[in-house]
Design a protein around this ligand. Structure first.
Ligand SMILES: Nc1ncnc2c1ncn2[C@@H]1O[C@H](COP(=O)(O)OP(=O)(O)OP(=O)(O)O)[C@@H](O)[C@H]1O
Length: 258
């Protein structure tokens, strides 16, 4: 791997480790994400994806290792690193006593954007994400999918160079899902870089040019999509790497009606 401070990839993770009690959630994970790529982070439940992304974005302090965003250390230089990225965390804890429009305005102003730009981008984002009719509705009254979309809007408002998205399409309806795919594609076409976690192989296979597969906190495979797939479908490759869980015929036999 290259020196992350020399010619920096957009996101560089080095030796990230996090332990909760006896459980090692992330175990020495290193990863480079080059500019202009869309990386899909895959792994079974409990693999350490959310923990990794939380450490990469400065939301959770690692026990060891660090993360750089465009050469800025997320822990040594958090203001610079965070100015360059937009984050959609898992299980979004947002200020839900604000309306959608108020939340975007608050987020934009907090990012130090001029008021006129905040107002115009708020309108653009609410329109693009199909939330214009809900602009004056409290976020606490939004559906799960609407919360995901307003969270994405908050991640986008300052036009970051890197987007880090935990399960961006979870709970989102197919129409909004297509809108989000289009937004992400045009973000990458414009030179942006995306890291997203997902359990949806089709999403990763159709959108991402790079894939990282983690299990038990370790990186099992990483690289361009075709290299990682190695001639298989992503689903087959994933199951081969992670280990398929085959239920025997007697498992839950009591569910059969006769
Ligand atoms: N705050 C916490 N306290 C204790 N254990 C935690 C905490 N956060 C995560 N873990 C544990 O760390 C491991 C990794 O969790 P993590 O949420 O990162 O996995 P994940 O890959 O995002 O899973 P999923 O796909 O189910 O969302 C799991 O065993 C989880 O129970």
């Amino acid at each position: 791997m290259t020196d992350p401070t020399a010619a920096p990839p957009v996101l560089a993770l080095r030796g990230l480790r996090k332990q909760f009690g006896q459980k090692v959630a992330v175990d020495g994970l290193s990863l480079d994400v080059p500019a202009g790529s869309m990386l899909g982070l895959l792994g079974p439940n409990g693999a350490g994806k959310t923990t990794t992304l939380a450490m990469a974005t400065g939301l959770l302090r690692p026990d060891a290792g660090t993360a750089w965003v465009l050469g800025a250390d997320v822990w040594q230089n958090p203001a610079e690193a965070k100015a360059r990225m937009g984050v959609l965390p898992d299980g979004i804890r947002m200020l839900d006593r604000l309306t959608g429009a108020e939340l975007l305005r608050y987020t934009g102003l907090l990012r130090g954007m001029p008021e006129t730009e905040v107002v115009s981008r708020t309108g653009d984002l609410l329109d693009a994400l199909g939330l214009a009719d809900a602009r004056d509705t409290l976020v606490v009254d939004y559906s799960a999918g609407m919360r995901k979309k307003i969270g994405l809007a908050c991640a986008l408002i300052h036009a970051p160079r890197l987007l880090i998205l935990d399960e961006p399409l979870e709970a989102v309806d197919p129409v909004s899902g297509e809108t989000i795919r289009q937004i992400l594609r045009s973000f990458v076409d414009g030179g942006g870089t995306v890291v997203l976690s997902s359990h949806v192989m089709e999403l990763v296979e159709s959108m991402c040019d790079r894939v990282a597969i983690v299990a038990e906190g370790r990186l099992l495979a990483h690289g361009p999509l075709d290299e990682v797939r190695a001639g298989l479908s992503l689903q087959q490759r994933f199951l081969t790497l992670v280990g398929a869980h085959d239920l025997g015929t007697e498992t839950l036999a009591w569910l059969r009606s006769s």
